[in-house]
Design a protein around this ligand. Sequence first.
Ligand code: 13P
Ligand code: SF4
Length: 364
Amino acid sequence: MQNRIIAETGTSAYGGHCAALRFSGKRISVLPGLPEIGSVFSEEVEKLNSGFPMLGKTMLYSSPMKSIEEQILELKKERGAIIIAHNYQVDEVQAIADFTGDSLELSRKAAQLTEEVIVFCGVHFMAETAAILSPEKTILIPDPHAGCPMADMITAEKVREIKAEHPGAKVVCYVNSSAEVKAESDICCTSSNAVDVVKSLGNVEVIFVPDRNLGAFVAERLGKKLILYNGFCPTHERIRDVDVLKLMEKHPDAPVLAHPECSEPVRNLADELLSTGQMCRRAKESTHKEFIIATELGINYRLRTENPGKKFYPVNPDRAVCPNMKKITLEKILWSLQDMKHRVIVPPEIADRAAGAIQRMLAV
Ligand code: 13P
Ligand code: SF4
């Protein structure tokens, strides 16, 4: 089968049909739609034949129809890879992942994994954190453009400026930040451990970057004044208190679970402020049968599937969608495994300093 072009047809993540040509196991061309094998395909093969004269006599074979999920699972095994996904990923990505979790759970998991290849379905700073913790592993992000606008709101230079204005203060940096910013920080935190991390520093002045909302939540919890930076999550800012109130009126027995990245008016209406992982646990343990959920829409996949007897009412489901989290699709996961792309590499001089801040967080 070495010198033969194989034609495969399958179903795309969007439910449509697609077809691909492979040579020696490598995808060499993808055709959208369902082409007539024998017409469009043979034309395509002819084109390829002229481009690959070394093939001599090429033959076209049609392999049995495989779903995109089957192809991913097959290739994952072949590559010795594991797929991990954040709780905000689209439903089908969460469904195919070996592990789903919040930022802290994903960092811990990535550090413990024995697999050589990790396909990280989340935004760039998350994959970068995994790469910093496991420099010997291959960390792949299916779409390198899946960034985080909050992380882009602060630079290492800005952190140095703030530190110069507050000599002696410790810098606590939310993991939603670049490796360069982490390298300038004393310790990292996520939404699930931010209170404990700041508490662990004792009676010292604290600069908290970049999320003003998570920082204000920590300050309130600890009754401590923090030096806050003015960063925020645009997705969580779109969740409105008026819409939380409407749902509260409609479902008076449902507690409001909100993410601490939400704005102050929304935080003030919440019964509990929780990371996405904490929300999943609370929904399972609670005796309540319905909940109002104020965070990114993707979390509802886990809430629904893990609690079939309970009801979840997302606030602003049309607006509380993080476009970057949604950039990862099943097709991109497949291509990522096929081409071993896009590898996340952090320069060692930055990675070493950033690792210190992340390790100190993991030790809290
Ligand atoms: P957690 O999943 O850690 O709660 O974080 C939410 C988030 O916004 C990640 O980008
Ligand atoms: Fe960044 Fe907000 Fe998207 Fe999380 S939800 S990745 S904080 S933009």
